[in-house]
Ligand binder design. Structure first.
Ligand code: TYD
Length: 142
């Protein structure tokens, strides 16, 4: 297990191609997004007190973009390190590597959180129990 896995997470800044008709942001897999995009889903209509995510993924990498509104993403590496990212602009995203715990919260009423994933959906690769996540991280060791 890479001890610096949480450091692989990073904010991505996409080029805004604006003209007098408005803005255009392009996210191409393998170019603007650091993986080939296999799946997209989006989350909206979550109340401000809702916490989503609350899982880690054995295989999937994600890029999260608030294409409208705002939210926060907290990621934890299971070794005591955590980082909070604010998603508040449609041309920025957060890259999240595999095997980090994710919480999405503080959704604005108009939040539309676009999620790009490196895999097709497979429920088996989700770790939804935090204690199990900690156990796996520690078992995999350094
Ligand atoms: P869940 O992972 O709990 O959502 P979030 O991480 O955004 O809080 O997913 C909610 C439900 O949707 C759950 O029953 C699994 C299903 N689901 C799919 O079938 N495919 C998908 O790509 C995703 C993300 C979820």
């Amino acid at each position: 297990m890479d001890i610096n896995v949480i450091n692989k997470a990073e904010m991505l800044e996409f080029t805004e191609r604006g003209d007098d008709r408005g803005h255009l942001v392009i996210c191409e897999g393998g170019i603007d997004i650091p993986f080939d995009i296999k799946r997209i889903f989006y989350i909206y209509g979550s109340d401000t007190d809702v916490i989503r995510g609350q899982h880690a993924n054995r295989k999937s990498e994600f890029v999260l973009i608030n294409v409208a509104g705002t939210s926060k993403v907290k990621i934890k590496d299971g070794k005591g390190n955590e980082t909070v990212y604010s998603l508040n602009r449609p041309h920025t995203g957060i890259y999240i590597p595999k095997m980090v715990w994710k919480d999405m919260y503080d959704f604005s009423e108009d939040s539309v959180l676009l999620c790009l994933a490196s895999t097709h959906y497979d429920a088996e690769e989700y770790i939804r129990d935090y204690d199990e996540f900690i156990k796996i991280i520690n078992e995999e060791g350094d």
